[in-house]
Design a protein. Structure first.
Lengths: 115, 114
C-alpha cells in the first residue's frame, strides 16, 4: 500500500546531541511537511518542501533543519536538542496539483525524548 | 489571519449514541477547505472528512458527517453510532494559502463509554 513511513517510531537523544528523523513516502507527492506536536497540543508546522524548494515557517527555530535529497525522502535534523524539543514529530505529504480533497497524508510519527 | 477554534477540550459519549464536535473558523479568503482528522493514542493523524467552501451539500463519509454553516463560519463534525474505537483526539483544520498548508484547532478529546 502507498504510504508515509517514519523511522524510528521512538527516538531518545541526549541534551545537545544532534539527531535526525527520517520520513519516506511511496505516494510520489511533491509536497512534504514536518510538524512538531507537543503533548495535548495541535500539530505545529515547522517547514515544508515543494519538490526541492524549501519553505520555512517564520517562527521555526534555527535549531531545526531539513533535507530532501529526492522525492521519496525527507529528513528533519535537530542540531542541538533541548528539553523543550521533546515532542511527537509528524511527517505528511500532499499533492496540490491533483483534483480532489488534496488532504495531507500523515506518517505514524516519531516520538522524541530528550534526556 | 486565518484561525480555527475548537472550544471543547473534552467530550464523552455513550456507545451507539451520536456526538457533535464543534469547530469554528475565521478567514477572509472566499476559497477554503476544512478538514477533520482523528488522532488515536498511537499518534498517526487519520483523515476523516473534507468540506470545500463552495460545496453546496454537507459532506458525509460513512458514520461521519459535517454540519457546515457557512454564514456562522462553523464546520461541526457529527459522529453517528459511536464505537469504542472512536475514542481519540479530533482536530479540525483549514487549508491556508498554497501548498495545502493546514492550520489546526486545539483539538477535542473524545471518550466513548460502553
Amino acid at each position: 500500500d502507498a504510504m508515509v513511513i517514519q523511522n524510528p517510531r521512538y527516538q531518545v537523544t541526549q541534551f545537545g546531541k544532534p539527531v535526525t528523523l527520517s520520513c519516506s513516502q511511496t505516494l510520489n507527492h511533491n509536497v512534504m511537511y514536518w510538524y512538531q506536536q507537543k503533548s495535548s497540543q495541535a500539530p505545529k508546522l515547522l517547514f515544508h518542501y515543494y519538490d526541492k524548494d524549501f519553505n520555512n515557517e517564520a517562527d521555526t527555530p534555527d535549531n531545526f533543519q531539513s533535507r530532501r535529497p529526492n522525492t521519496s525522502f525527507c529528513f528533519l535534523d535537530i542540531r542541538s536538542p533541548g528539553l523543550g524539543d521533546a515532542a511527537m514529530y509528524l511527517c505528511a505529504t500532499s499533492n496540490p496539483g491533483l483534483a480532489g480533497y488534496n488532504e495531507q497524508f500523515f506518517g505514524p510519527g516519531t516520538r522524541l525524548t530528550v534526556l | 489571519a486565518q484561525k480555527i477554534t475548537q472550544t471543547q477540550p473534552g467530550m464523552f459519549v455513550q456507545e451507539k449514541e451520536a456526538v457533535t464536535l464543534d469547530c469554528t473558523y475565521d478567514t477572509s479568503d472566499p476559497s477554503y477547505g476544512l478538514f477533520w482528522y482523528k488522532q488515536p493514542s498511537s499518534g498517526e493523524m487519520i483523515f476523516l472528512i473534507y468540506q470545500g467552501s463552495y460545496d453546496q451539500q454537507n459532506a458525509t463519509e460513512g458514520r461521519y458527517s459535517l454540519n457546515f454553516q457557512k454564514a456562522r463560519k462553523s464546520a461541526n463534525l457529527v459522529i453517528s453510532a459511536s464505537q469504542l474505537g472512536d475514542s481519540a483526539m479530533y482536530f479540525c483544520a483549514m487549508r491556508e494559502g498554497g501548498y495545502n498548508k493546514l492550520i489546526f484547532g486545539a483539538g477535542t478529546r473524545l471518550a466513548v463509554h460502553p
